[in-house]
Write a protein that binds this ligand. Sequence first.
Ligand SMILES: C[S@@+](CC[C@H](N)C(=O)[O-])C[C@H]1O[C@@H](n2cnc3c(N)ncnc32)[C@H](O)[C@@H]1O
Length: 266
Amino acid sequence: MTGFASDLTHSTYESPDIVALYARPDGLQKPEQTLLAQLGPALGTMDMLDIGVGGGRTTRHFAPHARTYLGIDYSAAMITRCKLEFPSFRFAVADVRRLEFAADESYDFVLFSYNGIDHLDRRERMMALTEMRRVLRAGGLMVFSSHNANYLPWIVDRFRFRVHASLRETLRSFKWSSVFWAKNGLLQYRMPLAAGRVHDGTHSFRSSALYYVRPDIGVAELRRLGMVDIACAGNESRDFLPGDDPRLERDSNPWIYYMSRKPGGA
Ligand SMILES: C[S@@+](CC[C@H](N)C(=O)[O-])C[C@H]1O[C@@H](n2cnc3c(N)ncnc32)[C@H](O)[C@@H]1O
């Protein structure tokens, strides 16, 4: 697919080193553990679509329990790797911005884990969320995570130039600090940022800027999309808070899991 702001990220996700990175058998993040436990046996009644599946980190934990499972990714290399690693589950190359293969209301549970959605700019993000909602059945569950704009001061601090005891480390700090500020020149004037795109050094700056959003604004995006029962959990937390909890506005976890439902259903 071409013509999108985030296309340069696609080639990074096709590279062997990045495929190997996401193919490591890492465990579930804390909110994902809560989600899996909350779903329990109900997952066995659900058709699950795992978007941006990468090397299959979530496949290992969710797919064996779902009624049906399809993992998709726009990186053909990621999907090749998943097919090798998990031959008994289904995978396909597909882009979240156009889920053309999926009929309306054909899944019970749509997951886009580990901030993959943040590679999209605002317009593409809305396309993706609209597609994710379209393919969900009434009452279906949408879960994704997204970078937290409240965490940006820590990102800025990480790229502050520092003099180290070793010349090598000092030069390294100079290099990455220069790259960061060359790419995010106006960031200091945009802080505190409620929602916007930032080059945060992911994959050593080999991808496009990532969308950061304050949790309460992320919740408002979901409300505008018509989603209900919204709940959020910081990546370091096992507990989901209701979407209208005032603490969310100040939550400073690096990224936030958003859980919501399409209205209707039993
Ligand atoms: C940060 S990785 C996470 C991989 C995996 N979900 C995990 O948790 O380990 C993001 C994944 O989203 C995929 N991705 C990014 N944009 C996408 C898009 N527009 N459509 C489908 N997949 C996409 C990337 O190829 C990559 O595999």
